[in-house]
Design a protein around this ligand. Structure first.
Ligand code: PPS
Length: 286
């Protein structure tokens, strides 16, 4: 286990989970079907929370599935060797996850009506979340300090490359009927309404008690205790340090506890420069 990167068409991808030949095969031959649902995120945006919600929508709030099957089997990551091998032989409709930038997603996505949900999060919180997670994981390059990781993040020398490029790329899908943009912040602020919005997008309906069960079982507190979702299964493979978990704090604005004033100012400046052309309403954290 090296915890390094493979550089795939200029994008750094974790070499423990991504195998270039397998990814190449996925990009060239995977066929998305109209009934598939695809979760796309830049890492540490709340991916697994959204997966948990989609699983509970599909089970109508019944937690049996999320309590008995690992999260990476329920909605496999298409770019990972493990995930692709599961997906390629699986009967649909499929729930598929990806952190890939748009230029690397299998092209069949663009000719299918598969529903895509793109989850955005304040990149400052993503940076802090990534710094802590990669510090306790053994499959991603470990940063030595937040200062160092801040530089890597700004340069895009982190898993899946630049956050700024990821957003720009996927925003080219904005306005398409099969593309829903959500934010971690709205999901936290009003989980109930946001789940209803997801249901509407998917053409699903939950009864009030099903929705209540979904909200309870996808809450931070309950997910933190669910070993099928909290990544503690990775301990057996030494991929995460002892006591390490995906579920760190689950809040918005934690970056304020870690950025120095100079870092906050530098980040603001870069954000303004790089994101000036993206509508402000997509970033509901300021
Ligand atoms: S990964 O490794 O890229 O797939 O990580 P990802 O799932 O995208 O993001 C992990 C962060 O999401 C938080 N999280 C949640 N927040 C609120 N409610 C729920 N249920 C929830 N589940 C996961 C998780 O705690 C990570 O954020 P931080 O800020 O590190 O706590």
């Amino acid at each position: 286990m090296s915890g390094g990167y493979i550089w795939f068409e200029g994008i750094p991808l974790p070499d423990t989970t991504v195998v270039p030949e397998v990814l190449r095969e996925a990009l060239e031959s995977f066929v998305f079907k109209d009934e598939d649902v695809v979760i796309v995120t830049y890492p540490k945006s709340g991916t697994n929370w959204l997966i948990e919600i989609l699983c509970l929508i599909s089970s109508k709030g019944d937690p049996k599935w999320i309590q008995s099957v690992p999260i990476w089997d329920r909605s496999p990551w298409i770019e990972n060797e493990y995930g692709y091998n599961l997906l390629k032989d699986k009967e649909g409709p499929l729930l598929i996850t990806s952190h890939l930038p748009i230029q690397l997603i299998p092209k069949s996505l663009f000719s299918s009506k598969a529903k895509v949900i793109y989850l955005i999060r304040n990149p400052r919180d993503i940076l802090v979340s990534g710094y802590f997670f990669y510090s306790i994981s053994n499959f991603i390059k470990k940063p030595e300090s937040l200062e160092q990781y801040f530089e890597w993040f700004i340069q895009g020398n982190v898993p899946y490359g630049s956050w700024f490029d990821h957003i720009h790329g996927w925003m080219s899908m904005k306005g398409k009927e099969n593309f829903l943009i959500l934010s971690y912040e709205e999901l936290r602020r009003d989980t109930r309404s946001t789940v209803q919005k997801i249901c509407q997008f998917l053409g699903k309906k939950l009864e009030p008690e099903e929705l209540n069960s979904l909200l309870k079982n996808s809450s931070f507190k309950v997910m933190k205790e669910n070993k099928m979702s909290n990544f503690t299964l990775l301990h057996a493979y030494h991929l995460l340090e002892e006591n390490g978990s995906l579920m760190r704090k689950g809040i918005s604005g934690d970056w304020k506890n870690y950025f120095t004033v100079a870092q906050a100012e530098a980040f603001d400046k870069i954000f303004q420069e790089k994101m000036a052309d993206v509508p402000r309403e997509l970033f509901p954290w300021e």
